[in-house]
Design a protein. Structure first.
Length: 334
């Protein structure tokens, strides 16, 4: 049996020895009202040779869990392989939300909207600040693992500031279905990391509160490619999938009235301007509205919740960059 995880109050990378097996840590961040610690589970693997530190974060939103088995798979793959540098993985960032199967922190705050947090603030602000300054500050690069929110499905896609050369390279190496140019918003973990000089991307791995083996497998292969290009491991001999569709921007479409919503296109489906993308009926079954795409694009994500009040999300439409669609250009996989 494995040794029980070690409880720590800070992540001291210098004090952790190189090892063929990962260090299992429980990081105390805050305490609840009964004085019980809230602990973030970490896996840390240090190689025998110096090199970059790759950070992986999962479940920053507590019900977005596809990233957890990606991390498990990566550490299994790394077992007994020579490693240069280190991998630091936070298996569950939002521990209270994870226990409740909820996106948000215990008192309703979205942790991915309040970064870098506040050293002396309310509970989620302190939690965010301590996580950033205890864990993330050690990273040289960050891949933040997410999924869609409740009631929505996502393709396998990356959000990255494609004007930043290293972030753009990471996005392509991950080989998702879609890469979306998206400058990080203030308050997000990605923005906070970039403000610290850490190149960062967000990898959206499908759907919430479930494990999706194929998306997990492809995400793991992509992370191995990133590590290979960093010189942390030998470049894996894996034939990559097709190049991603690159989008220069995106927009959500919304309903203008309430009813029962049926979103028609599939994920990654191309739609043309004027195509019908959703229909709405009232509670009695009568057709009341039809929604068309305002422009051509690709479906990045979509609503799967048929209960749609006024202002409900319909789909996330990616606007394909010029030359960004390999299918249109006939570009082969490389």
């Amino acid at each position: 049996m494995s040794k029980p995880p070690k409880v720590v109050r800070s992540l001291d990378m210098g004090a952790l020895p190189a090892s063929k097996k990962p260090h299992r840590l429980l990081l105390d961040l805050v305490e609840d009202g009964a004085g019980r610690p809230v602990r973030v589970p970490l896996l840390v693997l240090k190689g025998t040779r110096p090199g970059p530190v790759l950070g992986l974060t999962a479940a920053l939103h507590g019900n977005e869990i596809n990233g957890i088995p990606v991390i498990h798979g990566l550490f299994r793959w790394l077992a007994d392989r020579p490693l240069r540098g280190a991998v630091v993985a936070a298996l569950v960032v939002n521990v209270p939300g994870f226990h409740m199967n909820e996106r948000r922190f215990a008192e309703g705050t979205d942790l991915n909207s309040i970064m870098p947090g506040v050293e002396f603030g309310n509970e989620p602000q302190v939690y965010a600040w301590r996580f950033l300054n205890t864990v993330v500050r050690h990273f040289d690069e960050l891949i933040d693992l997410h999924t869609a929110s409740t009631g929505r499905h996502n393709s396998l896609y990356v959000r990255s500031d494609m004007d930043q050369p290293r972030s753009a390279e990471m996005a392509q190496l991950l080989r998702p279905q879609i890469v979306l140019h998206n400058a990080a918003k203030d308050g997000t973990l990605r923005a906070a990391a970039e403000d610290m000089g850490i190149p960062a991307v967000t990898l959206e791995i499908g759907n919430p509160q479930r494990f999706q083996p194929e998306h997990i497998r492809l995400s793991l292969i992509g992370i191995r490619r990133v590590m290979g290009e960093l010189g942390m491991v030998r470049r894996p001999h894996v034939v990559p999938g097709p190049p991603p569709v690159v989008c220069s921007g995106s927009r959500w479409l919304y309903t203008d009235r309430g009813g029962l919503l049926d979103v028609l296109p599939a994920l990654t489906e191309r739609v043309a301007a004027g195509d019908v993308v959703a229909r709405l009926c009232d509670i009695f079954g009568d057709h009341v509205a039809e929604y068309r795409s305002p422009e051509s694009g690709i479906v990045i994500g979509k609503s799967v919740n048929p209960v749609g009040p006024t202002g409900a999300r319909i789909l996330h439409l990616g606007i394909v960059a010029p030359g960004g669609d390999p299918q249109a250009s006939g570009e082969p996989a490389t």
